[in-house]
Design a protein around this ligand. Structure first.
Ligand SMILES: Nc1ncnc2c1ncn2[C@@H]1O[C@H](COP(=O)(O)OP(=O)(O)OP(=O)(O)O)[C@@H](O)[C@H]1O
Ligand SMILES: [Mg+2]
Length: 402
């Protein structure tokens, strides 16, 4: 009998009210009580492990063990003995007969995380145990039998891996019958406020801090960012911001400080809030980053030339520096007014005459490649040029992936 969706949500701790998350919860509720094999997919940090645990918690096996195996972390040479056990003396170092994870999980469930990383030879044995419950310990010739429910997860595209012969097709078909796809955070940004609130409150309670929430502008910034690290990244951000700012309402300025402290990757900085198509916003973001670098350099030049002081705060979201009243010589303070960003010209007049189109293009392509993980198709798309053109420019500028 299917379980109640709200009960799944409460017990599993999976937060979200969006359609995408409701769908995930719905599928978990429907299949939890069956013994069917489940494949959980999704990018890193989307909650695959949470989903796997939720399935077990709501199954008839909930009082039996859930054994988690990170297939990607076990060296290929010992993975079979870890999964299926081994007989004494079956290889050097096998001093005792040992049970494997499948036997440990008997009557319960096994969570095979990163299943895409298992060697092809092991995949045959996995298929057998999934289909028949049968397996043999390494070095043994006795067929054993277990009653285990298999939940597998991967952040790879197993369809592609299968086509490239890195993953067995029969195992793939067997696993994918029920697939639960965890959405990337950028696909359910409407959940960001509720996620932030829950992470903030939980962290504050655990650490005796006070959480006063984020301002609407700060929330807008969070929604504009593309979250390559998904919910995990958001959780880390909320916690590190809160640890340093207990009792204060979180503003975009505080978020910007966090970025400078390196708690948040600078090259993936939160974009400024703009009501523009994502590609255009991306492009402008990169150009802005370039201009900040140039500004930093020109500030440094001033210092070296004895002409002035470094700014007190180099805020990546701020428009051109505004000298403080009474500031002597150099740039000594920035006004913190985020609303000015939208009016800021894309090209800082200061930079004109200092940067050539070629330099700009090279930097822009370099940043874009990094952003799209050197995926040429996506980079070319974002740049609005043909993949062949991109290829040529990569050669010209020497931007090949090292
Ligand atoms: N919808 C969600 N609600 C609450 N917390 C979430 C949600 N999604 C992810 N998290 C949190 O994010 C972190 C990562 O989740 P989890 O380990 O399940 O992700 P994953 O998909 O298995 O990631 P990886 O591929 O890197 O192993 C955990 O701290 C988890 O609590
Ligand atoms: Mg995981």
């Amino acid at each position: 009998m299917p379980v109640n969706l709200d009960a799944v949500q409460r017990k599993s701790g999976i937060i979200g009210e969006s359609e995408a998350i409701r769908e995930v919860l719905q599928t978990i509720a429907q299949i939890a009580t069956t013994d069917i094999t489940v494949l959980v997919t999704g990018e890193s940090g989307t909650g695959k492990e949470m989903a796997a645990k939720a399935i077990h918690q709501h199954s008839r096996r909930k009082f039996e063990p859930l054994i988690t195996v990170n297939c990607g972390a076990i060296p290929a040479g010992i993975i079979e003995s870890e999964l299926f056990g081994h007989k004494k003396g079956s290889f050097t170092g096998a001093e005792d007969t040992r049970k494997g994870y499948f036997e440990a999980a008997d009557k319960g469930s096994i969570f095979l995380d990163e299943i895409g990383e298992t060697p092809l030879e092991t995949q045959v044995k996995l298929l057998r145990v999934i289909e028949t419950g049968e397996f043999m310990r390494v070095g043994d010739n006795v067929t054993r039998r277990v009653d285990v429910r298999v939940i597998a997860a991967t952040n790879r595209n197993l369809g592609v891996e299968t086509r490239n012969n890195n993953f067995r097709q029969d195992l793939y078909y067997r696993l994918k019958t029920v697939t639960i796809r965890l959405p990337a955070l950028r696909e359910h940004i409407s959940d960001i406020p509720v996620l932030v609130e829950r992470f903030g409150l939980e962290f504050a309670t655990r650490n005796d801090l006070i959480f006063k929430g984020f301002t609407p502008e700060a929330m807008r910034l969070l929604k504009a960012y593309d979250w390559p690290g998904n919910v995990r990244e958001l959780k880390n951000l909320v916690e590190s911001v809160l640890a340093l700012n207990s009792g204060i309402r979180i503003t975009p300025e505080i978020l910007a400080e966090q970025i400078q402290m390196g708690n948040f990757a600078r090259n993936q900085a939160l974009p400024v809030p703009v009501d523009k198509p994502p590609e255009q916003a991306d492009r402008e973001l990169v150009l802005r980053q370039l201009l900040y670098i140039r500004q930093d350099i020109s500030d440094l030049r001033q210092v070296v030339a004895g002409g002035g002081l470094l700014p007190q705060a180099v805020d990546p979201y701020l428009p051109s520096p505004v000298p403080e009243v009474g500031g002597a010589g150099g740039v000594i303070g920035y006004t913190r007014d985020i609303s000015a960003i939208e009016e800021r010209p894309l090209i800082d007049p200061e930079a004109i005459g200092e940067i050539t189109i070629e330099e700009l293009e090279k930097e822009y392509i370099r940043e874009s490649l990094a952003r799209f993980n050197h995926n040429r198709r996506r980079t070319a798309e974002a740049l609005g040029i043909a993949e062949r053109t991109l290829y040529r420019k990569i050669q010209t500028y020497g931007l090949e992936k090292r």
